[in-house]
Ligand binder design. Sequence first.
Ligand code: UDP
Ligand code: MG
Length: 136
Amino acid sequence: MSEIQKTLSIIKPDAVERNLSEEIKSIFKKNGFEIIDEKKIKITKEEAEKFYLVHQSKPFYNELCSYLSSGPIIVMVLSKENAIIANRQLMGSTNPNDAEEGTIREKYGLSIDKNSVHGSDSIENAKKEIEFFFSN
Ligand code: UDP
Ligand code: MG
């Protein structure tokens, strides 16, 4: 089944810092995604902890939240047919060393933590994550 979906994408601090935002946005557009909302923000560690609450019990939680709040990020709502899975495919594996040729993380990711982009992993999480950043 295919349907037009929305998903949340984040260009993480490592990529914003290296001025890769425009290049990454153009990759999304080239791959048929429409950027229907976007903003550049810097979040607090407390906000990062809330956003990544599903990872609360993981050993990397604290560092992950420090990292996501360490510098400006670009949060975007992307839209496309089957956007959630399509974005996950375009991003590549969490660890850039395992990411498939041509994926964003393979191209730009520095390490398993500084992997340049975030993308929602399910319809339910996409909805929650879009609301988290774009509910005003
Ligand atoms: N992460 C990390 N160490 C790990 C696994 C994940 O630092 O061993 C970070 C990484 O930045 C990743 C984020 O935690 O993007 C969320 O992890 P998840 O497993 O949800 O990966 P993703 O959905 O981002 O591919
Ligand atoms: Mg995830």
